[in-house]
Ligand binder design. Sequence first.
Ligand code: HEC
Length: 427
Amino acid sequence: MSLKKTAVALGCALGAMASANSINPTFAKDVAPIFQTKCQECHRPGDIAPMSLLTYETTRPWAKSIKQKVVAREMPPFHAEKGKFAFSNDTTLTEEEMNTIVAWVDQGAKRGNPADMPPPADLDPDHWRAGTPDLVLQPESPYTLGADVDDEYRCYVIPTNFTEDVWIDGIEYRPGNREVVHHIMAYIDTTGTSRPKDEATPEAGFLCGMSGDQSTLQLDKLLGGWAPGTPPNMSDAGHGRILPAGSDIVYQVHYHNETGKAQVDHSAMGLHFATDPIVAENRIFLVGAYQLSIKAGDANAEHKGYWTAPRDLILSTVMPHMHYLGKDMTLNATFPDGRMETLLDVPRYDFNWQIVYTYQEPMMIPKGTRFEMISHHDNSADNPANPTNPPKNVAWGEATDEEMAHAWLSYTFADEKLDIVPTPPSR
Ligand code: HEC
């Protein structure tokens, strides 16, 4: 994850706050409780972050870097501005938490009295964030990424072996080797066309492109995915997705290997079977711009995309998606009564964190509401994430050095009344 953009401007403004803070915070009493709720999910052995923040011993060497990252608001990773609508996965530090961490570092990052330490946080030892899944699917065997391969998209075909249609109401992706798994995406294959490609090679999976083993995105087949910061994809009660009998799951991993060593990965995916009667199916729509013209050197190429809600919707999440040149994205909605609201504002987009913004309250979107997506790309040589140097003209495309601009909406139809009683699958 070397391509992260930094935001240093905020640092100067916020650095001054610590001196105004007269408390004498210690790790045990003041800082550990914050780290438990805001950091440890990722910063613990075997998870995605590079160091553990569980104990004073493992945390102390990182004190300076911790101050820097929290003041710049790079950690915890959450990139949406606070707007009218709150997100349930908002991990942003409160001003008080921020002041406490900064004062702690500035005053020598002291341990304090070990007796003040809170009891350990309740974190799943198997690193599932949404609890133990009903079924764990994995490629048939681990895959070894060569020492000389620095970037690879690999598709694994995982047969579900379901003999009947199965409704799921939750999916969670678990990266195997956190040093090399950059992101994961999966979709349903009911055609059986991907399976022979996997079987044709002796090792697990086969080489595929950035968008998987298919030329066009089939939205009803997509099962979402994972990148650092993506929460488990859990449906509200009564909502779910269908996995057709006999379907395969194409599970794509983007590997990025900067270690110079061969690396073994066996990533996984956990399914939660629906138990409540299903009233509505989860759906995805991409509000995007597809005629992209991003001129070499343009630091602020603007594009817009629109969609009008065909029925009353309940919107549950939005995920902005661009590639490395992505700079910022806004999603607005103009309701039938003329009212306009900003549903999402991500001023500093970062491809390395594909964050899914989950609304705290289900968002009712009346039929006829017009969504407007506004994106900016930075195709200047000053963009450290620019994969091409010197910059070249870039258009829409699925490759790493091409671009996209869309907001993924996940929603249900408010008036859908399926009344399906899910049965546990047999396989
Ligand atoms: C969603 C997972 C996640 C959460 C939550 C999170 N981090 Fe991180 N953190 C990462 C990952 C992954 C990296 C390494 C990649 C990077 O630097 O972007 C990282 C990097 C860092 C670094 C830089 C380490 C280095 O190599 O220099 C610091 C410091 C840090 N985190 C502190 C924190 C603190 C403090 C919190 C909580 C207030 C926190 N993080 C919350 C995932 C997380």
